[in-house]
Design a binder for this molecule. Structure first.
Ligand SMILES: [Fe+2]
Ligand SMILES: [Fe+2]
Length: 208
């Protein structure tokens, strides 16, 4: 199903950004002057892509159709909890000053809280929500894909979509110099990344 493929690709994009954030925050807390705009760009990704767009698709399009499974209540509660933790991360990112260890340690803590929630949320959706969609909504695949497309256009817009796409693709490269300086290189930027498959709707737009 296109619907579950889209969600899976978006989950992979989120996990990729969380991995990068974990490395960047660790390096910063270890004294590396990771630029503040790395954390600010990740904050925009969480706010615009994860919450407004991805959670929007789930809450507006999918959850109302899957109430009988009992899944939406718990997942929506996690979205709400995530919003609070994302706000705490946003505040820490705003207060972060490159080279200031205290601000970096606070940032790392806020990032770890949000990461932990989001990772277990994605695990739960991959294991429960996606199979439920395949089982109960396969006949509505096209309708769901159209509704997703509409949310993406309304909530992100083409310009922001391009910027976020570029941010995801270049993030590892912006962070890796600080990792190699602080110890073992944790990210292989030459490895084929999630790249264009991360945001499937955008890549479709680029081709047209
Ligand atoms: Fe979700
Ligand atoms: Fe999700």
């Amino acid at each position: 199903m296109e619907t579950t493929k889209t969600l899976q690709a978006e989950h992979n994009a989120v996990l990729h950004v969380l991995d990068q954030l974990e490395h960047a925050a660790e390096a910063a807390a270890g004294g590396q002057p990771v630029p503040a705009n790395v954390f600010a760009d990740i904050e925009e990704f969480f706010r615009v892509f994860v919450d407004r767009c991805h959670h929007g698709k789930e809450e507006l399009v999918l959850f109302p159709k899957l109430m009988q499974t009992g899944l939406p209540a718990a997942l929506e509660m996690q979205h709400e909890e995530g919003r609070q933790l994302a706000k705490a991360y946003a505040l820490a990112a705003e207060r972060y000053v490159a080279g200031s260890r205290a601000s970096a340690v606070a940032l790392q803590r806020a990032a770890a809280d949000y990461e932990a929630l989001l990772r277990s949320h994605i695990d739960m959706e991959n294991a429960g929500l996606l199979p439920a969609i395949e089982r109960d909504l396969s006949a509505q695949d096209q309708e769901l894909a159209d509704a997703f497309e509409q949310i993406e256009t309304e909530r992100i817009g083409a310009g922001t979509h391009e910027r976020l796409h570029h941010m995801i693709e270049t993030l590892a490269g912006r962070i890796s110099p600080f990792l190699s300086a602080s110890g073992p290189v944790r990210v292989d930027v030459s490895e084929p990344g999630p790249q264009a498959s991360l945001l499937p709707h955008g890549s479709k737009k680029e081709q047209s």
